[in-house]
Design a protein around this ligand. Structure first.
Ligand code: SAH
Length: 477
């Protein structure tokens, strides 16, 4: 059912006994910001979420969508403006939807993220007495991303590309994106111009016709190396040779032009076949003293400046002396593992995606690190097996996806009793849930460091330091 149909049928279907009616205009004081970045106000006790409104503001709104427990309202007018309100510098801010907090002062964003973490720890984890440090922000919170994935469409006169207009599949052209590396705008512009000139058509979702679906760019911030990936529906690119030649000539510093073929009807970006059209298979980047090879398909952290800070904290919290055996669960391409290996006796990384482990092994060789071993598999199966075989870690680092750690993994940590656990999290609510399990099993959450990896969005990453409480080791051994 489409959004339109749902909207039409709802008023007749349900009569809710609420203090607010649909389409009613009312005045609200905004008290808070939700985890999605919407203003939160109450009207006779009923909660309304107002996109675009900020805490402390008095606003006039129109109720749009109401449910039993809460509703949404559209911002009509700001009656009293917050001192933290800023003019969003991006000209397409409202239409794009990629950023949600550009209208909010950056320092205030950082404070909001810290509070979000604190609230989750308290509410979900019942963790009260823990230090949550001020969020580590960026000195310059713009132009921080090293990877762009741009959908391509067509308008009269050529290829366009940028973003999907909110709640639609219509592609709107974008000339610049202020959170992408400076070079990105130029590169995307060149690809659109040159591909269009050589007769490349954009992929059309409705008819499953056309060729160019997405352009992906990757840039090594430390090295300046650049990769362009053309994601196409078919193998064959018209005038391929001339097109690539012109592309390479127009983009200074390009090291790699890659094609990925995705013939499926899907909104998943990449397909299965990847081939190098020109130049190298990999570009390189460094974070701290560690070098990484990045291919078209490799997962690599998108904000290298903040990644160094995040992993620096993980390393600090691991408190390595050179004697420790360390497990890095959910290791991806080994980014944290290699950081830790600089200071540990031995590091064991586990990751579910085989290609990522291939990259991790390559990166270990690239850095001449022989004290790291990588295994493919589910952390919750591989680590218990290691434990059964008699292998124990002194420190365990986990960096799970949004759904958090598997219960079986948490149980194995409690059985194995490493002295220190470092939890890197991209989701404060599952973090809070998992910390409760670790606390109940004998660990103490000592401190939490939020790091802003994605300025102007509501995402927040944390690093958490946990210690096995004194006495726990012997008492339950
Ligand atoms: N630590 C890495 C990646 C973290 S993202 C880095 O910083 O670069 C989380 C990773 O967990 C992803 O690479 C994902 O593929 C992996 N993953 C998801 N479920 C897993 C599981 N059950 N066991 C092991 N790895 C898993």
């Amino acid at each position: 059912m489409s959004n339109k149909q749902r909207k039409k049928s709802s008023p007749a279907a349900v009569r809710l006994d609420l203090p607010v009616e649909k389409n009613q205009t009312l005045e609200l004081t905004i008290e808070d910001l939700s985890h999605e970045g919407n203003g939160v106000g109450r009207y006779e006790g009923y909660t309304l979420f107002v996109p675009g409104a900020l805490p402390g503001e008095k606003v006039s709104v129109k109720a749009t969508r109401l449910t039993k427990k809460y509703g949404y309202a559209r911002l009509l007018d700001i009656v009293e403006t917050s001192a933290d309100r800023r003019e969003p510098p991006c000209p397409i801010y409202k239409r794009c939807g990629g950023c949600t907090l550009q209208h909010f002062d950056y320092e205030a964003q950082l404070a909001f993220k810290r509070k979000l973490v604190e609230d989750n720890l308290r509410r979900i984890g019942k963790i009260e007495n823990v230090i949550v440090h001020p969020t580590i922000g960026m000195e310059d919170p713009w132009r921080y991303r090293n990877k762009a994935q741009i959908p391509i469409g067509e308008e009269e006169g050529g290829l366009v590309g940028g973003f999907y207009a909110q709640r639609s599949h219509e592609i709107v052209n974008m000339e610049k994106c202020l959170i992408q590396h400076e070079k990105t705008d130029y590169v995307i512009e060149q690809v659109k111009r040159i591909a269009g000139k050589h007769g490349v058509r954009a992929y059309q979702e409705e008819t499953h016709s056309g060729l160019l679906r997405h352009v992906v760019t990757k840039i090594g911030f430390a090295t300046g190396e650049l990769m362009v990936v053309l994601i196409t529906k078919e193998d064959k690119i018209p005038n391929q040779e001339a097109l690539i030649e012109e592309l390479v000539e127009s983009i200074p510093g390009v090291k790699s032009v890659v094609q990925n073929v995705n013939p499926k009807r899907t909104n998943v970006i990449f397909g299965d076949v990847t081939r190098v059209l020109w130049g190298e298979e990999y570009i390189y980047d460094t974070i701290g003293d560690v070098k990484f090879a990045i291919s078209a398909r490799s997962f690599y952290q998108v904000n290298p400046v903040q990644t160094e800070r995040l992993y620096g904290k993980a390393l600090e919290y691991a408190a390595l002396t050179g004697e420790e055996n360390v497990i890095d669960a959910y290791c991806g391409i080994g980014t944290i593992s290699l950081f830790l290996a600089q200071k540990a006796k031995q590091v064991f990384g586990v990751e579910i995606v085989p290609d990522a482990i291939e990259d991790a092994k390559r990166n270990a060789v690239l850095n001449g690190m022989e004290n790291v071993t990588f295994a493919v598999g589910e952390a919750e199966r591989v680590i218990p097996r290691w434990y059964e075989e008699g292998n124990k870690a002194d420190v365990i680092v986990v960096d799970p996806p949004r759904k958090g750690c598997d219960e079986a993994l948490l149980q194995t940590i409690l059985d194995m009793k490493p002295e220190r656990v470092v939890y890197v999290s991209c989701n404060p609510s599952t973090l809070a849930r998992d910390l409760r399990v670790l606390e109940d099993g004998g660990y103490e959450t000592v401190e939490v460091q939020p790091v802003d990896m994605f300025p102007h969005t509501t995402h927040v990453e944390c690093v958490v330091r946990l210690y096995l409480k004194k006495g726990k080791q012997k008492a339950s051994a």
